[in-house]
Design a protein around this ligand. Structure first.
Ligand code: URA
Length: 210
């Protein structure tokens, strides 16, 4: 049964408290700044990225700074406002490495352990929102949400399929997309990405009538 808006907000608040406590106990020697999802708790579309970066950690919001700009283009094609969807990440803290010479931090992909620890929290978060469609952005979100390590975004992008959300029989439609940042490094993907976005648009429109 779908939760009311108020119940979702309450459950998300509890979720955040418990998630913070969990990670502060696991990583008690290094403080992790958590960046939680944001947006409309009643959204029919949820976007799931990989993990926050520097700007996200500073501003305590997912997909801001450069990543946010990439996302804007995405939303423009979908003709959607950021406030009308819900945006989150698999891992809620910034995975970084430290340059030993300069002391500067840079992003790194999350480790398998970080992803395993984060997965149940993501599933719980999505179980509260209960969107019609979950869009995974990039490989980490695709593999984490499908629970399949053998699949790759290059083979799966633009092709939706059903996934289980936890153990209580809840399911959701997963629509895999390339990560918007990958378009910057691989310009040849721009056309494919646009086609995938248009396919997502059509898919969402079709679902609205079913
Ligand atoms: N910023 C995010 O919040 N998530 C990503 O996956 C990349 C940048």
């Amino acid at each position: 049964m779908e939760l009311s808006r108020t119940k979702k907000i309450d459950q998300l608040a509890l979720f955040k408290r418990e998630c913070k406590r969990f990670f502060s106990e696991i990583y008690h020697d290094t403080e992790k700044i958590l960046v939680f999802g944001e947006g409309d708790v009643d959204a029919s579309l949820v976007l799931v990225g990989e993990a926050p970066g520097e700007q996200e950690t500073i501003q305590q919001r997912p997909f801001v700074g450069k990543a946010g700009k990439n996302l804007d283009e995405f939303l423009e094609v979908l003709n959607m406002d950021r406030e009308k969807i819900y945006i989150t990440n698999v891992v809620k803290f910034r995975p970084f490495k430290v340059n030993e010479k300069t002391g500067r931090l840079s992003n790194r992909p999350p480790t398998r352990e970080e992803i395993e620890l984060s997965r149940p929290w993501l599933i719980r978060e999505l179980g509260i929102i209960e969107p019609k469609v979950i869009v995974s952005l990039g490989n980490t979100a695709l593999k984490t949400l499908s629970g399949r390590k053998d699949i790759k975004i290059g083979d799966m992008h633009g092709d939706p399929f059903s996934i289980e959300l936890g153990d209580d029989g809840k399911t959701a439609n997963l629509f895999p997309l390339y990560h918007p940042a990958s378009i910057i490094y691989r310009r040849e993907l721009a056309k494919v990405y646009r086609e995938d976005l248009e396919a997502l648009n059509a898919y969402m429109a079709n679902l609205a009538w079913t």
